[in-house]
Design a protein around this ligand. Structure first.
Ligand code: SF4
Length: 348
C-alpha cells in the first residue's frame, strides 16, 4: 500500500487505510432521477466512492443535487476541459479524475488553486490507449515502463504547482501489462494507487480478468482503491470488488462458506444446501466460517477451523463445530438441524 494518503471526502485512500471500492454510474449524469437511483443502488451494495462522467456545466449543476443528497463521496470524471474540473472542485466533488497533460500552465494553476481551496484530490489516470506519442516511440509501443513514465510526467505538472493531493492509475485491458505497469509505478512513487483492469468486457470472462489483475496487485501489497470495470450494471462491479477483497483476505467481515467440489463420495445434495446457507448469511458483516462438505472422510478434518459444519454420508451426516463432532444424524434431519444452526449463527 502506498505511504501517502489522500482524503476524498470522508474516505481515506492510501497510507495503509483499508482498500476502498469504487464504481461509476452509466446513466445520463444530467438525469437526476435515473442517476440518483443508481448512486443509491451503488451505496446500498457497499460502494465506497461513486464516480460520474461530467461532460458539461449542465452535468455539474445536476451533480450539485447528488452532492447534497448523498453521504458517500462523489468523484467527477472529466476529459480535456480543465474549466469543468475547476467547476467540479468548486461544486464540492470529493475528488476529480482529470489528466492535465494538454492543459496550459495557467489552466493547471487555476485547477490546483480550486482543488487546494476545496480539499479536492486529483486522480491522474493513464490508459494504454491514450499514451503520448513520444513515450510510445521511446518504448516502442505501450509497455509497463511507458505507462508509468506517462503517469509520472503528468503528475509532475501538478507537483510543479506544489500540489501533491494525487492518486494515480495506469490501466490497460491486458492483465499482464496492467499488473507490470502498477508494479513499476509502485517502485517509483509513493502516491496512492487506484487499481483496475480497464475495459475488461462483460460476463464471467471479464470478472476473471479483473480479478486476476486486481488480486495479483493486492497480494503484492499494491493498490489503495479499486474499480472493477464491467460492461453492464455497475452494482455488479461492487459485488465483484467485494469478492476480490475477501478472496485476498483484505475483508474478513463476512460469512465465508467453505464447500468441497464433491466427488463420487458425496451422497447428498450439497449444492442446494450451500445455496440455502449463502442466502441466510448474505448480510452478515462479521467473520464467520461455515463448512459444507461432501463426506466424513475429509469433511470435519478439512474444515477444522469452521465455526460450524456438516459432512454428508450415505445415510447419515455429521454436524461439527470448530472441528469437534456435535452429532451424527440421518441426512435429512442433519440438513434441517444444520440450517437452524446457520440461522442462529447469522443472528449472532
Ligand atoms: S470432501 Fe469428500 S465428497 Fe467432498 S471432494 Fe473431498 S472426498 Fe469428495
Amino acid at each position: 500500500m502506498s505511504k501517502l494518503c489522500v482524503k476524498a471526502g470522508s474516505v481515506k485512500i492510501g497510507g495503509g487505510n483499508a482498500v476502498t471500492i469504487q464504481s461509476m454510474t452509466n446513466t445520463d449524469t444530467a438525469d437526476v432521477t435515473a442517476t440518483s437511483a443508481q448512486i443509491q443502488a451503488l451505496a446500498d451494495a457497499g460502494c465506497d466512492l461513486v464516480r460520474l462522467a461530467v461532460r458539461d456545466m449542465r452535468d455539474v449543476e445536476a451533480c450539485g443535487t447528488y452532492i447534497a443528497r448523498f453521504a458517500l463521496p462523489l468523484i467527477a470524471d472529466i476529459q480535456y476541459d480543465y474549466r469543468l474540473a475547476v467547476a467540479c472542485a468548486d461544486a464540492g466533488f470529493a475528488k476529480v479524475r482529470f489528466n492535465p497533460g494538454n492543459t496550459s500552465s495557467a489552466g493547471i494553476k487555476e485547477l490546483v488553486t480550486a482543488c487546494k481551496a476545496n480539499g479536492c484530490p486529483v486522480r491522474v489516470g493513464i490508459n494504454g490507449g491514450s499514451l503520448e506519442k513520444d513515450i510510445k516511440a521511446k518504448y516502442n509501443g505501450v509497455t509497463a515502463a511507458a505507462l508509468a513514465e506517462s503517469a509520472l510526467r503528468t503528475v509532475k505538472l501538478l507537483e510543479k504547482e506544489n500540489f501533491h493531493d494525487i492518486v494515480i492509475s495506469v490501466k490497460a485491458s491486458d492483465v499482464r501489462l496492467t499488473v507490470d505497469a502498477y508494479r513499476e509505478l509502485d517502485k517509483l512513487c509513493e502516491y496512492p494507487l487506484h487499481i483496475g483492469v480497464t475495459e475488461s468486457g462483460c460476463g464471467e470472462d471479464a470478472v476473471i480478468k479483473s480479478a486476476a489483475g486486481i488480486a495479483s496487485l493486492l497480494l503484492d501489497g499494491i493498490g489503495d482503491t479499486l474499480r472493477v470495470s464491467l460492461t453492464g450494471d455497475p452494482v455488479r462491479e461492487v459485488e465483484v470488488g467485494k469478492s476480490i477483497l475477501r478472496a485476498v483476505g483484505l475483508d474478513r467481515n463476512y460469512a465465508e462458506i467453505v464447500s468441497c467440489p464433491t466427488c463420487a463420495r458425496c451422497f447428498y445434495d450439497l449444492e442446494t444446501l450451500v445455496g440455502k446457507c449463502k442466502k441466510i448469511v448474505a448480510n452478515v458483516r462479521r467473520p464467520l466460517k461455515i463448512a459444507v462438505m461432501g463426506c466424513v472422510v475429509n469433511g470435519p478434518g478439512e474444515a477444522a477451523t469452521a465455526d460450524i459444519g456438516i459432512a454428508g454420508g450415505k445415510d447419515k451426516a455429521v454436524l461439527f463445530a470448530k472441528g469437534r463432532i456435535l452429532a451424527t444424524l440421518p441426512v435429512k434431519e442433519a440438513e434441517e438441524k444444520f440450517i437452524d444452526m446457520v440461522k442462529e449463527l447469522a443472528r449472532g
